[in-house]
Design a binder for this molecule. Structure first.
Ligand code: MG
Length: 346
């Protein structure tokens, strides 16, 4: 009897570890996964594009879009919104994007038709690869990783912030593309943050593969891609979109044109100690062969460029001492930025 129980436990253990193949521990589309809690969003869904945004749809025409099947986008413009036409295929932006911020407004059909995945289904694909699901999830149960705002098949939204069918809603998306190094090795996975009607529903989620129904493709299938279009899914439902804009993001912070390489002298201990003291409210101290300037509760290590000129080890700025005839510090002038805004201290 005991042996049978043990065998059953072992079988359960091995089957659960063997079957939990995805990083989430869930199989895609598991209906027993907890459903996102419902949150009623605040009022506004609109955001006019900032000055550096690339507007992909302003209510007029589909000139910024193609059909994924080739040729012109076959969706229609109705009442200043672009509407998915069943069977016409995805529309893809002509311009391609890597890291970007996206604002998109959408509305499910007012007349509710169908249920589950068949109700107001569309989707915003980032880099033509990762779907932020568009679905009428207002009182419409489906598998959580396929509900509105899910990274389809992978990450359910943190909460369900859906508005009623027919009402305008918004996604504000921050997307970082996957990065690959030598030999196609993944350096950093893609990252997706989404606000749905102003409510955060994806917080730096890391898709583990391009969206695919039932089965995930590996991330490395994107190893030669740095950009891709934004695409909108035709899933057979007349979902409408408006006010779509994108801001490409700085891919990495710029490095200094040249490395810091200041003149550094060896300052004799005796000379260093002649600078120790209090200059107004600024204390100069000497510990383990190094001079420090006390400022705003921090001790900033000073680098000697000469007997009177110093920089800081880790921050921009400089300190200049006035000395008396014996080499003792009398006063100092300091800056805390590279622009050299001087502050005196005696
Ligand atoms: Mg979809």
């Amino acid at each position: 009897m005991q042996r049978i129980i043990l065998t059953a436990i072992l079988a359960a253990f091995f089957s659960s570890t063997a079957l939990a193949q995805l990083p989430s521990g869930w199989k895609a589309h598991d209906l027993s996964r907890p459903a996102p809690k419902v949150v009623t969003p605040g009022d506004s869904s609109t955001a006019s594009p900032p000055s550096d945004a690339i507007v992909l749809f302003d209510g007029k025409d589909l000139s910024k879009w193609n059909s994924r099947n080739g040729g012109e986008a076959k969706w229609k413009v109705v009442d200043s919104a672009m509407e998915s036409v069943a069977g016409s295929g995805y529309v893809v932006s002509k311009e391609e994007f890597g890291d970007c911020q996206i604002h998109v407004e959408f509305a499910s059909p007012k007349k509710v038709k169908g249920n589950g995945q068949g109700r107001g289904n569309s989707g915003v694909f980032l880099m033509d690869s990762f779907e932020v699901q568009v679905l009428d999830s207002f009182e419409n149960a489906t598998y959580p990783d396929g509900s509105a705002g899910s990274i389809y098949g992978q990450y359910p939204p943190l909460v369900n912030a859906s508005r009623k069918p027919g009402e305008w809603q918004s996604y504000d998306i921050v997307f970082r593309r996957p990065r690959f190094g030598e030999g196609g090795k993944l350096i950093s996975p893609p990252r997706v943050t989404v606000f749905h009607n102003g409510v955060v529903i994806q917080d730096a989620s890391e898709p583990y593969g391009p969206t695919n129904w039932i089965q995930h493709r590996p991330l490395k299938s994107l190893k030669n891609k740095k950009k891709g279009p934004i695409s909108l899914q035709d899933h057979g439902n007349p979902v409408r979109y408006r006010n779509i804009w994108v801001r490409p993001l700085v891919e990495s912070q710029p490095k200094p044109a040249k490395a810091y390489d200041p003149v550094v002298i060896e300052l004799a201990e005796a000379d260093a100690k002649k600078l120790v003291g209090k200059y107004g409210s600024v204390p100069i101290s000497y510990t383990n062969g190094k001079l420090f300037l006390g400022f705003a509760g921090s001790k900033l290590e000073m680098i000697p460029h000469s007997k009177t000129e110093f920089g800081f080890m880790k921050s921009a700025g400089a300190v200049t001492f006035k000395l008396d005839e014996n080499g003792n510090g009398v006063s100092l002038e300091m800056t805390l930025d590279a622009a050299g805004t001087k502050k005196g201290a005696k």
